[in-house]
Design a protein around this ligand. Structure first.
Ligand SMILES: C[S@@+](CC[C@H](N)C(=O)[O-])C[C@H]1O[C@@H](n2cnc3c(N)ncnc32)[C@H](O)[C@@H]1O
Length: 313
């Protein structure tokens, strides 16, 4: 979901605080591994639910980059999208690159289940430096919701661009719109709950950025940044996930997960009445909860920013 609904950053931050007195470990790697792998079920459920959106985005990218030999998913997490890219580009070798070993293990298991392990590999290490270990130039470098976790986003983009083959494409998934799951007035509490959650989440996102060691401030003009690191033809397009009510069991379970995370990570920043509303939404015994109400939907908009390396380098 756009960066405002990138729940994982809150989790990561909370754990950082839990471990801030643990001097035996290198914080950065310690918490990164453990927190991101805690997020695996949520990341997987989310990416699976959003797979029609990713398929349409990949089809759009295939017009710019019809036959990539090497596709790299940068900050792949558990590899749901990586495997989707492998399906969209059946002639490509795909690499899932991430800092979390446990998440990459899940990615490998998924590739095996799908019968694509022969053209799938993983690259574990800190981004963007680990991309230096790639053996070949990249035809399509996909980075969804990962760039914003790196301290110097412009430098990271420049490093991405450097790995591209002549004419290669970068596709960044960043921004879009905060997702909606409920109408403005849900019959309990004060109307506009999701708009208020979104405001708190935007604040938390800012704090998440500031908490990254070595964070460099950057204006989020993604197409402008792609151009500034030397790429051509920067353009952006937004893809919708529109799952109207009534939701499938999986989609409803996903929305429950989103609100559980909201309660855990944003709850303290909400007023008591909004907290009470969320508690009711999460109570399976309450008829107005997310488990039973008929009006739950998923409407999300993800933006992909893309640009190409020059044909001759
Ligand atoms: C929000 S998840 C995105 C996962 C997937 N791309 C998606 O869209 O569902 C961010 C991913 O970036 C990885 N990540 C964050 N910071 C990193 C770093 N400095 N080096 C390597 N990986 C990192 C995390 O391990 C996590 O898997």
């Amino acid at each position: 979901m756009g960066h405002h609904h990138d729940h994982d950053h809150d989790q990561r931050r909370d754990h950082r605080h839990d471990h801030q007195h643990d001097h035996q470990h290198d914080h950065h790697h310690d918490h990164a591994d453990r927190d991101w792998s805690d997020m695996a079920p949520m990341l997987e459920a989310e990416a699976e639910l959003f797979s029609p959106l990713y398929a349409r985005a990949a089809a759009w990218l295939s017009k710019r980059q019809p036959h990539p030999g090497l596709v790299v998913d940068v900050g792949s997490g558990p590899g749901v999208v990586t495997c989707g890219l492998a399906e969209a580009f059946p002639g490509a070798r795909v690499v899932a690159a991430d800092g979390s070993g446990p998440l990459l293990e899940r990615a490998r298991a998924r590739a095996e289940r799908l019968g694509i392990a022969d053209r799938f590999s993983t690259l574990e290490g800190d981004l963007p430096d680990v991309l230096g270990d790639l053996d070949y130039p990249v035809d399509l470098l996909w980075a969804s919701r990962s760039l914003h976790h790196l301290p110097d986003q412009r430098a990271a983009l420049a490093a991405f661009a450097e790995r591209l083959a002549p004419g290669g494409t970068v596709a960044l998934l960043e921004g879009g719109l905060p997702a909606r799951y409920l109408p403005r007035d849900i019959g309990i509490g004060r109307p506009g709950l999701q708009a208020r959650l979104g405001a708190v989440e935007a604040e938390r996102f800012t704090t998440m950025r500031l908490d990254i060691p070595g964070a460099v401030e950057e204006t989020e003009d993604w197409a402008g940044l792609l151009t500034r690191v030397g790429l051509r033809g920067a353009t952006s397009r937004t893809f919708l996930l529109d799952l109207p009510a009534p939701l499938s069991h999986e989609a409803r379970a996903f929305v429950v997960g989103v609100f559980q995370l909201h309660r855990d990570t944003l709850g303290e920043h909400l007023d008591a009445s909004d907290r009470a509303t969320i508690d009711r939404l999460l109570d399976p015994d309450d008829k107005v909860s997310l488990y039973h109400r008929p009006d739950v939907f998923v409407l999300a908009a993800h933006t992909i920013h893309t640009a190409e390396a020059e044909l001759v380098s």
